[in-house]
Design a protein around this ligand. Structure first.
Ligand code: SME
Length: 153
């Protein structure tokens, strides 16, 4: 998708989700809403969902797309790297990322955005896979980080 079109798409999705997540409610339900809207509005998303962090585990939360791994081995792969670094990670080619966990062999690039609590601890990550190589850039990072901030309102 061209960059201008992508940025505009994120603006529209942000506005839609702002309305849908406006009322106080269950956090998991809000995550499910984010996954559903993003997955169906962004053409380059093949798998869209959350992994929930609990002590030493990352387990699948609300998601859309093909069946995924239910747990991710500690300190392996892109999601754990985002937890450990405490920042978003963009992987242009997952096959070149050491320890990448392939839940579905059709994924070729990935972005992972951590979600933090008030103390800065990572409580979950938003993980998105694409079948395209190099599908994610700073527009995705900014768009997704903005959308996740809606969970704190
Ligand atoms: N590729 C991820 C695992 C989760 S799936 O992409 C849904 C990783 O390396 O952490």
């Amino acid at each position: 998708m061209d960059k201008t079109k992508k940025a505009k798409r994120y603006e529209r999705v942000f506005l839609q989700l702002s309305g849908l997540l406006d009322k106080p409610g269950n956090r998991l339900s809000k995550m499910a809403t984010i996954a559903a809207v993003l997955h169906h509005k962004m053409d380059h998303f093949f798998w869209t969902g959350f992994y929930l962090a609990n002590k030493d585990t990352l387990t699948a939360g609300p998601y859309q797309g093909p069946v995924a791994c239910q747990t991710l081995d500690k300190d392996q792969g892109v999601c754990w790297a985002a937890v450990n670094r405490g920042e978003s990670i963009i992987v242009r080619d997952v096959h070149r990322f050491p320890g990448h966990i392939a839940c579905d062999g059709r994924s070729n690039s990935e972005i992972v955005v951590p979600l933090k609590d008030g103390t800065g601890s990572v409580t979950a990550v938003l993980d998105i896979d694409s079948r395209d190589f190099d599908a994610f850039d700073e527009i995705d990072r900014h768009g997704l980080e903005s959308i996740l901030s809606l969970l704190d309102k």
